[in-house]
Design a protein around this ligand. Structure first.
Ligand code: NAP
Length: 315
């Protein structure tokens, strides 16, 4: 039987890479990179800069996909604050291009947004119908990207603090996303070098294992539904509490992690103090099995034990 064709924009990124690995059994997988070339078994990779309309159109023409997943973003929050034009180009204009091409080629588009569309003033996990009111330019650009898909047959998924094991980020090549390394991997590399780190106790989120996000997106892709869905981890905790769990799970000395507050950091962009997500809608409509931080860290640890055991502590 001929497999359907999946085109992943951003296969060199954390979420894109995880989707490619999970999708290979069900789809003919194609993926794009921009600055970080990679070679993947069972995925044909193509260089595409989303800022270039012709390059985007040509990849649709050459792959003729049945399903398109957009994991790309300019998501260095501080960088976006000072480079508004670049943020609009990747987080808004490129989404418009993808929608136009997806409709021209008759395929479904799944796009990833963010919990940073919220201002953080809630005291319970945000549901999809809560008012989005971003407090950073990054959040604003992502919200504008969502609006491009409003009322369409496409899907927008909002995760929160996406993390996980990937060999690509340890290779040290700079991504055009502006993100040097995902939060959990950054913590592990610091603790591995016995470097003390200060982590905020006043920013709460529902950290999302990239593997779980990838699995959920592929499950969502099987349905004919459209609209906006929250898909994150099930826990709602501060960055500090998450970091302590991570350090303990990977066998590191937690005394290297000290608590601090957002006010003691000089950062260009504001972050919401609370951006936990309520994922009940996606759980009920798609039967997703989302994970607590404890369950997710078990999965990540198994991967690190196998692929990068030097990143484990020995406490
Ligand atoms: N990471 C988080 O904490 C977090 C939290 C909430 C939501 N999200 C959202 O989740 C999605 C996935 O995040 P992630 O952490 O998996 O991303 P990531 O690892 O930073 O990867 C981003 C991908 O986007 C590609 N890209 C960036 N600019 C591009 C351009 N101009 N043209 C073509 N490709 C471009 C990068 O390509 P190269 O690397 O090859 O340059 C890379 O493959 C994003 O939409 C992000 O906004 C992330």
């Amino acid at each position: 039987m001929t497999k359907k064709k999946l085109l992943i924009f951003g296969v060199s990124g954390l979420t894109g890479y995880k989707i490619a690995k999970l999708a290979e059994e069900s789809y003919d997988v194609h993926g794009t990179y921009n600055q970080r070339f990679l070679s993947l078994e069972n995925c044909i990779v193509h260089k595409v800069n989303l800022s270039n309309k012709d390059e985007v159109y040509k990849i649709f023409l050459s792959v003729n996909p049945d399903l398109v997943i957009n994991t790309t973003a300019l998501h260095n929050v501080d960088y976006c604050e000072e480079h508004n034009g670049q943020a609009i180009d990747v987080n808004v204009t490129a989404v418009k291009r993808l929608r136009e091409d997806a409709e021209r080629f008759g395929c479904k588009l799944i796009h990833i947004s963010t919990d940073y569309v919220f201002d953080g003033n809630n005291n319970k996990p945000y549901v999809e119908s809560d008012q989005a009111s971003p407090i950073s330019f990054y959040g604003k650009s992502k919200l504008d990207g969502e609006k491009i898909l409003e009322g369409s047959r496409h899907i927008v998924v909002r995760p929160s603090v996406v993390y996980g094991w990937t060999p690509l980020e340890l290779a040290g090549n700079t991504s055009s996303s502006g993100k040097p390394m995902n939060f959990a991997l950054w913590v592990l590399t610091k603790l591995n070098k016995k470097e003390p780190i200060k982590i905020v106790t006043d920013q709460f989120a529902s950290a999302t294992l990239a593997d779980s996000l990838a699995e959920s997106i592929l499950k969502i892709a099987e349905s004919n539904k459209s609209g906006l869905y929250h898909v994150s981890g099930l826990s709602c905790e501060s960055r500090y509490d998450f970091t302590i769990k991570l350090a303990e799970k990977f066998g590191y000395d937690t005394s290297l992690v000290s608590p601090t507050t957002s006010a003691s950091f000089v950062q260009k962009a504001k972050r919401p103090s609370y951006s936990c997500l309520d994922c009940q809608r996606a759980i009920q409509e798609f039967g997703l099995k989302l994970l607590t931080t404890e369950e997710a860290l078990d999965i990540m640890k198994t991967q690190v034990e196998k692929e990068a055991p030097h990143l484990l502590g020995n406490r």
